[in-house]
Structures are given as C-alpha cells and as structure tokens.
Write a protein that binds this ligand. Sequence first.
Ligand code: NAI
Length: 345
Amino acid sequence: MNPSSHHAPILKVGIVGLGRLGRRHAENLMSRVAGATLVAACSPLQSELEWARDTLQVPHLYEDYAALLAHDGLDAVFLVTPTSLHPQQIIQALQAGKHVFCEKPLSLDLEDCRRVEAEAARHPQLQVMIGFVRRFDASYQDAYKKIQQGAIGSPFMVYSQTCDQYDPDGFFVKFAATSGGIFLDCSVHDIDLARWLLGNPQPVRVYASGTRAIHQDLQQFQDVDNGVAICEFDNGKLATFYASRTMAHGHDTMTEITGTAGRLTVGSNPRKNRLEIADAHGVRNECVPSFFERFEDAFLTEITSFVEAIRLRRKLELTLADATEATRIGIALRESLLSKQPVLL
Ligand code: NAI
C-alpha cells in the first residue's frame, strides 16, 4: 500500500454477481486488499448469497441491485455480472454516487459505451474502471515499461492470443448468446493490450476469420471456437489476434511485441510453475488450467490499483474511452467474421 493512503478512510465496497469470477473478486476484496472492505453482496440467486454469507461472512446481502445501491455508506461497487447488464448497472451506480469497477467488456454495443461515458462525465469525482486485468500483470507491466524506455526501438507489431483450455462440457457455449462471440469476449483483452503497448494508435481496418474446430453447436450463435484477426492501425502499426476455446494443454495466453530494435514476449511458455517433469514422455511443464491461475496476482493488483486511485484521488491510466475503443474494434472483428470482408473503422 502507498504510505500516504494510510490516512484515507477504508473504502466500503459492494459486489454484484458472485459467479465464476465474482467469487474470486469477493475473496480478494474481503481479505487481501488493504484499504477496502467488502460490506455487501448482491445476486439474484439465493445459493450465491448463502455462499457469500457462509464462506466470507459478508454482512449485508441483497437480491436486488437497487437495494444494494441504497446501502448506507457504500463507496464503490464491483460489477461482475453478465456483460449485457454492464452499461445500465454502471449508469445506475454513478447516479447513486458510487465509484465503479466493472468487468470487461464495457458493453457489446457502442451506443451503450457512449451513454456510460456521458454519464461518467457528469460525475467527474467518481472513478470508473473496466477490468482489463492483463494491464496489471507484472510481466505485461514490465513489457510496457521497457517499451517506454525505448528497449525495442519503435514498436510496430503486436501478436496476442487468448486461448482457453478445451472444456468437454462446452460450458461456455451457453454463454455464447450473450458474450458477443469470441472476439468481444476473449480478444477484447488482446485488443486492449495492443492499443496500450503500441501507444494508442488509431485503428483503420480489420479482417477476421475463424473456424468451428470442435464446437459445431456454436453455429446457432454465428460464433467460432477458433478465431484469427488482423488489425491495421495508422502510422503502419499492426496487430494480429488469435483466440481459441479448444486448447488441449491448458490456458495459453501470450503476447509478442516487435519493434525496430528488438522483440518482447510475455507468456510464451504457459507453465503452471517451475516444476519440470522428466519421464518416459519426455521433459515438460504442466500448463496453467485457466485464466484465473495465470492472472491471480494481476486480479489482486488490479483491485488494489482501483482502490488506491480512489483513496488517493489519483487519475486512472485505464479509461472508459479505452474500453469503448476495445468494444469498437471487437465489433468490427465480429462484423468481418460474419461478412468475410475487411471492415473499415
Ligand atoms: P457468471 O455467469 O459465472 O456470473 C454472473 C453472475 O452475475 C452470477 O453470480 C449471477 O447470479 C449474477 N447476476 C445475473 N444477473 C444479475 C442481476 N440482474 N443482478 C445482479 N447479479 C446478477 O459469469 P462470469 O464468468 O463470472 O463473468 C462475469 C463477467 O466477468 C462477464 O462480463 C465476463 O466477461 C467477465 N469475465 C472477465 C474475465 C477476465 O479475464 N477479466 C474472465 C471471466 C469473466
């Protein structure tokens, strides 16, 4: 914790959504983030509220979001709800005078992104951050710093992938109707990284393609389980993206940044830890199973950065405009996938 934040009051937080990721954020907020405490939780599901009460002893539980917002003394909300709910829930929180952390993506709809930005502009004293967690990973931060220091000359190309382990249950398939498809759900992280690492260039044209390697049932949502894309920016900068739901070995997220004087690579070996196994199959590492194990520390750093920004009244580097731009590019990728044509931005 920053020493000057010792005197700022402890931030009282309410969490909304206690699903796959919401539970992780709730655990962090309850016991691992200095300067914040989890005072309330909201979910429409009784079983999730019971979990919050029994596992974390969250003192105040709400089935209704408006009731949580009315909780006396609440400073900030964490929205870890289905993406389709994000814009309206952010706007409601701002109107109730709360700081907002909301999971990515901001929205699947550009008009909604702009409505959120307009509402946030009416409350300049409130912080709003969208959870692009990779920016808070130590290796990505190191890469960013080295690029700023000129370590690879002028960066002109990013390759970035988000590849999930194959899930034989096809659990994610039922979310495909609301997730916006593979590019808005997964590549949105890579899009944000590419913009950040290349110095926020303007996108000018995208082209995307994809295939259903395993999950044929994605056809009903016009989605793919493996997608690739190229994004051209102005000034000759380029990004290429790959997203997959079908990796055999585990969660394999990596990024490569090429510059005029060198190349940086983050995460090229997605090993679980430093253990190397040598046996009749050869010499190998095990792989991280999911995004959570890979970014566990980053999730904590992300929350801590948000909480400190509020307590120290510091401006957040990651803005709503960044989140809108990631959605804008993600929508263009989806359009290109469906039309099989390049899309101009
Ligand atoms: P989930 O479906 O497991 O959880 C959604 C939660 O929202 C559930 O607890 C559900 O009860 C609750 N909910 C639904 N309707 C609600 C309402 N009207 N009011 C309050 N709560 C409501 O989904 P998951 O995987 O946890 O994803 C949530 C968000 O987190 C999504 O936007 C997703 O894109 C994002 N996410 C981000 C990741 C990252 O790497 N940063 C990784 C995984 C998810």
